[in-house]
Design a binder for this molecule. Sequence first.
Ligand code: PRX
Length: 656
Amino acid sequence: MSQPTIESILQEKRHFDPSPEFSANAHIKSLEQYQELYNRAKADPQAFWAELAEKELHWFKPWESVLDWENPPFAKWFTGGQTNISYNCLDRHLTTWRKNKAALIWEGEPGDSRTLTYAQLHREVCQFANVLKQLGIKKGDRVGIYMPMIPEAAIAMLACARIGAPHSVVFGGFSAEALRDRLIDGEAKLVVTADGGWRKDATVPLKEQVDKALSEGVPSVKDVLVVKRTGQQVHMEPGRDHWWHDLQQGVSGDCPAEPMDSEDLLFILYTSGSTGKPKGVVHTTAGYNLYTHITTKWIFDLQDTDVYWCTADVGWITGHSYIIYGPLSNGATTVMYEGAPRASNPGCFWDVIEKYGVTVFYTAPTAIRAFIKMGEHHPNKRNLSSLRLLGTVGEPINPEAWMWYHRIIGGERCPIVDTWWQTETGGIMITPLPGAIPTKPGSATLPFPGILAEVVDLDGNPAGDNEGGYLAIKHPWPGMMRTVYGDADRFRRTYWEHIAPKDGQYLYFAGDGARRDEDGYFWVMGRVDDVINVAGHRLGTMEIESALVSHPSVAEAAVVGKPDDLKGEEIVAFVTLEGNATASEELNKLLKQHVVSEIGAIARPGEIRFTEALPKTRSGKIMRRLLRSLAAGQEVAGDTSTLEDRSVLDKLREGA
Ligand code: PRX
């Protein structure tokens, strides 16, 4: 992130009130209304969530208990109840006028497009659900999804949810290795993929990566379904691989949604933590459905006339919650775009907004900073007057970027919702409600009703106004992750034991640093653990280090983040070499490529520095704090007395 300027610091003091016109038509119309909701939810959370669950979702069977928190940190919501998120996203709209409303508007990178109404999407989902059943997929079987941004990705997810087969979507930018690890951990029985996808004027060889991932044997995977997207040549393994469209031919478009218990597993989504192995974050049916539904409705203020576009990829939680499940549960029109701004069309996002009359636009600060760099003539050339609300997610937004977004994209008329949340939280936690809460550039503002957010120290004591601390959540919420797949102990350790329980109450540790200002507004500062955020992508430093040391030339590696104007953070790796390896430009390139093939292009180090030794404490712990300062080109500040060998620091400085 760029360094704050005097101007930006002054601007941070600015408030932007929602316009009276916006507030008048919004779901939540005033600060008083927000406060009333917040206080009601705080006083009686169970009554608050029960009322919404009753009003907003379809239930096959009503629940018996709203929240079971008898065995913290393992929460259960709406036990005894049965519902189905695919039913809530599709079937229930078919008996209303929305039957022929556009559910999904899709735009492919080469300019092809497709619109599916609710009735059409329902039919395709049912057909595909029947295909899965024919291949023997039953309730509880896990399905891997490794797809480009095409409608079939949404169809596959909804079809899995429909028959109760938990999906595990793996971002199409991840390598074969990363895919393999995730398929093994989740014991996926089937993989849905495509021949390839379009990205920045080139095709990505997805099927080839699946072949590679399966080549060493992933015993659980029996079938691979392949969508023909790019038409590139692919190998089809007899007996294992099938073309999606062949199997879908003539299959019935009728497949009743399976009544699912509220706590039945809905999906697993892997995310990086502070150890080498990504965590399978587990979300379950009813609570996730309710939480994504209501946050989408109130935060994006969805109205039936809206054309809503979230630019995330379905491989991330934002794609799950705010391209697919939240918008469709609300009966909204959701836009899905395969492409990314690219040399041949840097203004492609603005083309999509103009073409479909997008009204609500949700993107990431890193994208906004890239747009600033490309120049405002791109958006200025397009008609963006359809926009009425903007959002950001993924990392703190610097006030300059916020102001640019407000002026150039929002035409100074659109509120901006800066939404703080995580894969683990399922949905947005701290955010403005656009008709109610005045915004300040750079602040995610206030907690969503029902969310008790705090800034605390490690003993759970609240920090004072404007005092830094750890962001924590006090009470369970319906969208929270339930566990780490196959590792309940890791779930407890990672999220619930960092902060001491306070007065018997467990506090969820988010891994972010934050402060709260005198108005109660939250300012999220970024990760406080060994997680770095590169262009809104979350990566564990240990994960990258493991990838580096898996190369025969590498003895040891330490990875840190360095501030970057565009990406927020950039990966810097300090590497020591095995005895007979020598540092060279070539090896530097090779190691970068090695990380790409182990994890994916998102993890490519910006810089690799060869060094003779790494700074360590006497007990052998790498002192990353020192490496962070060195990477950022700053003087090493603070205590260095625990360093085992002080000369290491001098050598590292010389090498810089
Ligand atoms: O550090 C916070 C940052 O992204 C992390 C969560 O990453 P992930 O699970 O990949 O989910 C990203 C999309 C929800 C958080 O711990 N983060 C996300 N949104 C914001 C943010 N930091 C500051 N402001 C935000 N609005």
